[in-house]
Design a protein around this ligand. Structure first.
Ligand SMILES: [Zn+2]
Length: 80
């Protein structure tokens, strides 16, 4: 990949606006987002979801999940 392509992609996610969890969430496909929403709705423990995300090589942390879901993160509110 050339420099121009890298620079074009670098500002897609504004890390100053959204927390790490939301940035990860936004990078998922629509089907994966829906499945993740469903998992939260079914009250799947965050550690279980974290393990599944990691098994798919998706980086997240229990801390960022907790902060996002409790509304303590820096995402604009209201947030999902
Ligand atoms: Zn957040």
């Amino acid at each position: 990949m050339g420099l121009a392509d890298k620079l074009k992609e670098v500002s897609v996610i504004d890390k100053n606006t959204f927390c790490a969890y939301k940035a990860m969430y936004d990078s998922l496909s629509d089907a994966d987002k829906k499945a993740l929403d469903d998992a939260w709705a079914r009250k799947v423990p965050s550690m279980t979801i974290l393990e599944i995300l990691r098994s798919e090589n998706i980086k997240s942390s229990n801390e960022s999940i907790k902060r996002h879901r409790s509304g303590a993160c820096k995402c604009p509110k209201p947030t999902k």
